[in-house]
Design a protein around this ligand. Structure first.
Ligand SMILES: Nc1ncnc2c1ncn2[C@@H]1O[C@H](COP(=O)(O)OP(=O)(O)OP(=O)(O)O)[C@@H](O)[C@H]1O
Length: 239
């Protein structure tokens, strides 16, 4: 079953076409990676899927329903969860309070259920021992974990991760990858934008390549990375 479909979606900022006639499907349960040079339009694609910006043309279906005109809040409640490239926690709130805020925003749950859901996510994201620490005191890896946890707290069926591995050491990156793999193994569909290709390749089953807002390839990661067009874009970068 398809969880998300984009049909001929386009977006312009002034004279700049940032999303150019993008069409693709994501089957439920899949992990899809999105790669492409800086400015290719990757984050814009996420903003279109979450409803943070509106498409100029085309249609977006989520769980079989046309959500193209739905506001962001409605899409969160329908099951679209998202982490941001730059973590945006409430610095003075504790890790638990940050999660509880995200959980009550994303799901209409009674307070006890919110607490249970948050405890589950703290366990999954290895933040339990930091539950009562203000977000502002976390290490970079913990901030990334909190960003992931906040996205999970909204109860997503589709989890969008925006460059969550950036800036981590190799060891930290592997630790975060293990957590994301475990979340995926439990059935959450993931779309992950990432420049750290080996992290991406440890999780995703399919890769989409974006360049100047256009999809220039989508398919099995090894085949995509071997294609001439992709190698040209990444010329000089070790992949
Ligand atoms: N709100 C906006 N108004 C005008 N231009 C924008 C806006 N948002 C993004 N852009 C432009 O659209 C283009 C694509 O940006 P986007 O952030 O989607 O790229 P990206 O692939 O995510 O890049 P990066 O890998 O650097 O994060 C860039 O040229 C950017 O400057």
């Amino acid at each position: 079953m398809t969880i998300l479909s984009l049909h001929n979606v386009s977006k312009r900022f002034g004279a700049l076409t940032v999303t150019d006639d993008v069409t693709f499907d994501v089957p439920r349960g899949q992990a899809l990676g999105i790669i492409g040079p800086n400015g290719a339009g990757k984050s814009t694609l996420f903003n279109l899927i979450t409803g943070n910006i509106r498409a100029d043309a085309g249609r977006i279906d989520f769980l079989g329903r046309d959500v193209t005109r739905d506001p962001a809040m409605k899409r969160v409640q329908a099951g679209v969860g998202r982490s941001f490239q730059i973590p945006q926690p409430f610095e003075k709130l504790t890790v638990f309070e940050n999660l509880a805020t995200a959980a009550s925003f994303g799901r209409r749950l009674p307070e006890r259920a919110v607490t249970a859901a948050c405890l589950d996510i703290l366990e999954q994201t290895e933040l339990m021992r930091r539950a009562n620490t203000p977000a502002g005191q976390l290490s970079l890896l913990e901030r990334k974990r909190l960003e992931l946890a906040r996205a999970m707290a909204t109860g997503p069926q589709l989890l969008l991760l925006d460059e969550i591995a950036g800036g981590l050491t190799e060891g930290e990156c592997q630790a975060l990858v293990a957590t994301i793999r475990a979340i995926h193994a439990q059935g959450t569909t993931i779309i992950w934008i990432e420049h750290v290709l080996h992290a991406l390749n440890a999780v995703v089953e399919r890769l989409l390549v974006l360049d100047f807002g256009r999809v220039i390839g989508i398919g099995e990661p090894a085949a995509i990375m071997a294609s001439k067009e992709v190698r040209e874009i990444y010329l000089g970068i070790e992949i």
